[in-house]
Design a protein around this ligand. Structure first.
Ligand SMILES: O=C(O)CCC(=O)C(=O)O
Length: 279
């Protein structure tokens, strides 16, 4: 760890919308994350593993403060936050995280989408860090992306798509883009990539005999507002939630947009799918 992004990496991020970090997790940290993942999966065996939302936040008895604080440590690894601030500026807010774990053979598809379609952040801005907890490649459903699709800084038309084998139900209308330039974000366990909020990306189902797990950390520049007034309910693989009580942490610099860092802290937090959940 500890390797800063070079000008070349930053250039790739600006040009393509995604860059693989030159750093990787050391083996102790990777081992600790994989152990934490095993526990998370055991404790939430009734929740779709493709959509384990915000393990860095306590979730009552089944995901207590001790378990959450491990994930919070993972979500705020200083070398990773340093790289994020190289990309989005000195004022950085941790606002979300998610485990996308696709079991062998049955793991679901994530349709082509832009993250900005889903989130109440204005102006829309986020850098997501996708950490591979397993080796991920085309066979086990690694993330795929359309290089440069973020550059317009706008959202493409999305359409609703039904299906039990989908993690998300909004996808970029296939008529609006050409996926012939798609690239696979192949990573070894412990490597990670960083991607822009407007990047068109998704992933295929896991048809292999290997699990495909990733831990994603979401950061916004503190020049954007996490706007709790935009309270659209979200539905991911059967997990329904809203963002209204989501706790935020300022992890670098100063807030410049009037974000509220008190809401949601120290409250019970539920990961299980219940329509009344506010996470
Ligand atoms: O893990 C995946 O396949 C999708 C991840 C994703 O959409 C994201 O991190 O924004």
């Amino acid at each position: 760890m500890g390797t800063a992004l070079t000008e070349e990496h930053i250039g790739i991020y600006r040009e393509d919308g995604l860059v693989v970090s030159p750093a990787r997790l050391d083996s102790d940290t990777l081992g600790a994350m994989r152990d934490a993942l095993d526990k998370l999966l055991r404790d939430n065996a009734d929740v779709t593993p493709e959509s384990l939302i915000c393990p860095h936040i306590p979730n009552g008895a089944r995901h207590d403060a001790a378990a959450a604080s491990r994930w919070f440590e993972f979500a705020t690894i200083p070398a990773i936050v340093d790289q994020v601030s190289q990309l989005i500026g000195p004022d950085v807010v941790l606002w979300g995280s998610q485990v996308f774990c696709k079991p062998a053979a049955t793991g679901r598809e994530v349709p082509w989408h832009q993250d900005g379609r889903y989130w109440p952040i204005r102006p829309i801005a986020t850098c997501s860090v996708w950490i591979a907890l397993d080796d991920v490649d085309a066979e086990n459903g690694c993330m795929r992306y359309l290089p440069g699709s973020h550059r317009s800084g706008s959202l493409y038309r999305h359409r609703h798509r039904e299906g039990v084998n989908l993690v998300l139900h909004e996808e970029v209308d296939p008529a609006t883009f050409d996926d012939s330039t798609a690239r696979d974000d192949c990573l070894e366990a412990g490597q990670y990539s960083l991607h822009d909020v407007f990047l068109v990306h998704g992933s295929g189902p896991n048809r292999s005999a290997r699990r495909r797990a990733g831990f994603v950390i979401r950061f916004l520049p503190a020049t954007s507002l996490f706007d709790r007034g935009i309270d659209e309910r979200q539905d991911q693989a059967g997990v329904s939630f809203s963002f209204s009580r989501r706790p935020l942490w300022l992890v670098r610099g100063q807030d410049r947009a009037g974000n509220d860092f008190t809401i949601g802290h120290g409250e019970d937090f539920r990961l299980v799918p219940r329509l009344s959940d506010d996470i």
